[in-house]
Design a protein around this ligand. Sequence first.
Ligand code: ADP
Length: 279
Amino acid sequence: MRGLIDRLRGVERDIVQAPEAGSGPYYEPQGSEIAIFEAAWRRRLPVMLKGPTGCGKTRFLEYMAHRLGRPLVSVSCHEDLTSADLVGRFLLDGESTVWQDGPLTRAVKAGAICYLDEIVEARTDSTVIIHPLTDHRRRLPLEKRGLEIEAHEDFLLVISYNPGYQTVLKDLKPSTKQRFVAIDFRYPSAEIEARILQNEVEGLDAELATRLVAIAHKARALKDHGLDEASSTRSLVYAASLIAAGLPPLEAGEAALINPLTDDVELAMALREIVKAHL
Ligand code: ADP
């Protein structure tokens, strides 16, 4: 029982509450993603944010939730996540049992935007329960309670999907994918990415931002030569933050742009050459 409660608490921790007042999260638009999302929101169509890790999907949604004035409920999906973790379950309370809503149920009731990050990682039953929420029915079955709830008119379901991660064994079914409006995210253009770095890391000078972005562009070309994941905008923000915190640039590059990306000695050497050439 303790394990069960701890697990539930683990999911609870993922919850982001109502939008803060003020200017909201900083987001640098890359194309027509804001217009597409707003149109989908007006029609309450479920949205899939598609793209590699660390390219701004989560930041975009935080920005959109703030812009639309909706609370955001985020769940990072993982391989042990079941439909009960999303929907809710009966918990023992002394002699009796009490029902506890999961994050999806709370979002459905409250009219929040619910973000299921990397839903493909979760058990298949989690994908199945979202189906009736994604079409005209907009209903969530609570099987254990033998009832179905109707989604609040402002509820919106958003999932993220990283095409690079999927294997034949682990992928969303085409029939699931087609239930979503998909917005394609890529790493930003060099100019935009340098601007992001300067905004995210206080005191970073423009020239260093440009050099870091140039490293990422070269490193991304290695993706077809054995590197599983390319240097993301997030990695660049980390490298810039380490430099701003006083670490020598080459060490910052090693810690943020090389070591997390590969364990392969030759690939690490190739990345190191790129870093050295720019920093
Ligand atoms: P993802 O959800 O795609 O894995 P995130 O949204 O968490 O990636 O982005 C990682 C980091 O990169 C953010 O915390 C932010 O610092 C930065 N970032 C990426 N894209 C943007 C953007 N378009 N505007 C502002 N910051 C961005």
